[in-house]
Design a protein around this ligand. Structure first.
Ligand code: CUA
Length: 328
């Protein structure tokens, strides 16, 4: 009994209740709500089975215990009761049906072909070691790490990967979906309200798997439209950032696009100065940028960003340029 508070604490920690933007138990959209219902349903059925089995067990323990004066004999043995066998076969079948019917229903709801769904916003997700690329084919824009979506709208995802298996997971909005190189998985998610949700890679994919985080920012349709327009507006580079722009063009542009829809081996950096994180995990400041550019492996081991070998003042110039890539 002493350990009950400890178990309670462990349960609390496991629910991840400290951060409500990354909890499947705090659903923030219809898909996550449906899935929480399934979790509660299966948990309820399990609880029912455990309680019934334990009650029977305790009853048998007490009822048939050896009493004082009992002789050391084996009690009456029952063999082959049809009634009992039918009962303990039919009950599990009924329980499994109660669980299976809504599970299959919800699964098909999520997977219903959405390529022709005109009401949904289509987003193509490509997972790379160790970052996320998001394309909006209807809008002609692409971005990385920060997925921006309108609220109260079905987002129809097409998910794939460029190198190894990853898994796309935004716990507050819905369950995970594998991203596999060479094929495309589809499903829907939807957010109820304006917020920022945390996302994670949920498939062990390499040394920096646990650092493969991303964000989902939901905004009202009007704000979202504004964001799209800003993404499409070319950045004007101030005079003091032009030196850095040249260095960037010579060393970085072959992998990092800085226009609305460019794709490359590295994340698209259009509007990069408006993102809150560097490399998806560090706070956005000059120091983080310096660490990332001068020694990417120290931040995310195993990532594919090369050590370009820029000098300190060159790095400072590039940072000045990156800081000018603001959405206006
Ligand atoms: Cu990508 Cu784990």
């Amino acid at each position: 009994w002493r350990f009950i508070p400890l178990f309670g604490l462990m349960m609390l920690l496991l629910t991840g209740c400290g951060d409500q933007t990354i909890s499947a138990l705090n659903p923030r959209g219809p898909v996550a709500r449906d899935q929480l219902f399934l979790m509660k349903l299966s948990f309820g059925i399990m609880l029912l089975v455990v309680v019934v089995v334990f009650v029977l067990y305790l009853y048998v323990l007490v009822r048939f215990r050896k009493k004082k004066g009992d002789k050391d004999i084996i009690p009456k043995q029952v063999e082959g009761s049809h009634t009992l066998e039918i009962i303990w076969t039919v009950i599990p079948i009924i329980l499994l049906l109660i669980l299976a019917v809504p599970t299959v229903q919800y699964t098909f709801k999520l997977l219903e072909d959405h390529r022709d769904n005109k009401e949904a916003l289509h987003v193509k997700v490509t997972a790379h070691a160790f970052w996320w690329q998001f394309e909006y084919p209807e809008l002609g824009i692409a971005t990385a790490q920060d997925l921006v979506i309108p609220t109260n709208k079905k987002i129809a995802f097409e998910l794939t990967a460029s190198d190894v298996k990853h898994s796309f997971w935004v716990p507050s909005l819905g369950g995970k979906m594998d991203t596999n190189p060479g094929n495309t998985n589809v499903y829907y998610l939807q957010a109820d309200e304006v917020d920022v949700f945390k996302g994670k890679c949920a498939e062990l994919c390499g040394a920096s798997h646990s650092l493969m985080d991303f964000k989902v920012k939901s905004m009202d349709q009007a704000d979202f439209d504004q964001w799209v327009a800003k993404m499409k507006t070319p950045a004007s580079v101030p005079a003091d950032a032009q030196k850095g722009e040249q260095i960037f063009k010579d060393n970085c542009l072959s992998c990092h696009a800085v226009n609305a829809q460019g794709l490359g081996a590295g994340p698209n950096l259009n509007g990069f100065a408006s993102r809150e994180l560097v490399a998806g995990i560090l706070p956005h400041n000059d120091e983080s940028l310096k660490q990332w550019i001068s020694d990417p492996q120290s931040v995310k081991p195993g990532n594919k960003m090369p050590q370009v070998g820029l000098k300190d003042d060159q790095i400072n110039d590039v940072i000045k340029y990156l800081n000018s890539l603001k959405l206006k």
